[in-house]
Design a protein around this ligand. Structure first.
Ligand code: NAP
Length: 313
């Protein structure tokens, strides 16, 4: 099959498009014909070797973990799925090997849920990793409830856009950080936009003089410290970017594949609670350009790679 792969850590130039061996379908896995695969910042961090201490690479590595596609073969111990089922998945293993930038991926059942009926494959591919991250932080780590004032950093990005919508759905007021070009987008999502950079703390205090009840840090460093300072008494803090959040009394979160959570996200999309904004799509052959774009750190919503199958619409 065709896939994007890399034989050594490095920049986007290590990415190759070409033939790799077909995946084997293990007992608990489902062979998915990939229609679209979204990128996340972690994909280039893995490619650059930043996660080497945690994820053992098996080269050549096929990058990316998000997928939307169609089941073509369930494994012998995977009765949950049947041929033809449309699925989405956050196909992360505890090692780096066979990701989703390929024509097919063998996805463990624990990583999958059915695809929202009201999304295209391109949109659906953008949901799993970023949606699960936002869901696990907003509903579990921060336990956002009605009446909370919630601060979400990088609110126009992949995770932030879902976090804003989920916190609004919980009945919270949301203050979201972004550059000014994304303020209208944040308002559409239901957030009150503030520009990040110098003076951010004062701008947030102007909107929330009593402090915020929960802060979702997606940036780390000074942004994390500032978030801790902006908390109201008893306020909750979570970070997906900086482990020093623990020393500040908050929680560090790393997103887990969870079929129940992913199914809940599918339901929320079908109830029109959540939308998926796709900034741009690229054909599989041009995935390196998709990487270059996400590495700029200015993504609005998601960047998606599609597999263009000749026979299908
Ligand atoms: N621990 C985990 O499980 C986990 C899971 C998912 C993601 N992450 C990490 O969380 C971070 C965010 O992920 P993502 O997928 O949302 O990334 P993303 O989609 O690439 O984020 C892009 C957004 O970041 C905004 N941005 C850039 N610098 C900013 C700043 N200083 N303050 C506020 N916003 C800023 C940009 O807004 P403007 O264009 O308006 O500047 C853009 O909309 C990444 O580092 C990622 O690796 C961790």
């Amino acid at each position: 099959m065709k896939a994007i792969s890399y034989r050594a850590y490095g920049g986007p130039e290590v990415l190759e498009y070409g033939d790799v061996r077909d995946p084997k379908v293990g007992p608990d896995t489902v062979l998915v014909k990939v229609r679209a695969a979204a990128l996340n910042p972690v994909d280039y961090k893995c490619r650059e070797g930043y996660l080497d201490a945690a994820l053992d690479p098996v080269f050549p590595v096929i990058p990316a973990w998000d997928v939307a596609g169609v089941v073509v073969q369930p494994g012998v111990a995977a009765p949950e799925f049947a041929v033809g089922d449309e699925v989405i998945g956050y196909v992360r293993e505890d090692f780096l090997s066979r990701g989703t930038l390929a024509e097919y991926v063998a996805a463990p059942v624990r990583t999958l849920a059915r695809k929202p009926r009201n999304l295209s494959f391109e949109e659906a591919a953008g949901l799993p990793l970023a949606g699960l991250t936002a869901y696990q932080v907003i509903t579990k780590a921060l336990a956002v409830t009605a009446g909370d004032v919630v601060l979400v950093h990088a609110a126009a990005g992949g995770v932030g856009a879902f976090a804003v919508q989920l916190a609004r759905h919980a009945g919270a007021r949301v203050i979201g950080t972004a550059s000014e070009r994304n303020h209208a987008f944040l308002r559409e999502l239901g957030a009150e936009p503030v520009t990040y950079g110098d003076g951010l703390a004062e701008r947030v205090r102007a909107l929330a003089p009593e402090g915020v009840d929960a802060a979702f840090d997606t940036i780390g460093g000074d942004t994390l410290k500032l978030s801790a300072d902006l908390l109201a008494p008893g306020g909750r803090l979570a970070s997906i970017a900086d482990g020093s959040v623990i020393a500040l009394g908050g929680q560090y979160c790393f997103v887990r594949p969870d079929p129940a959570d992913l199914t809940r996200l599918t339901e929320l999309v079908e109830q029109d609670v959540l939308t998926v904004h796709v900034q741009e799509t690229f054909p599989l052959e041009q995935a390196a350009d998709a990487f270059r774009l996400i590495e700029e750190g200015r993504t609005r919503g998601k960047i998606v790679v599609r597999v263009d199958w000749a026979e299908e619409g």
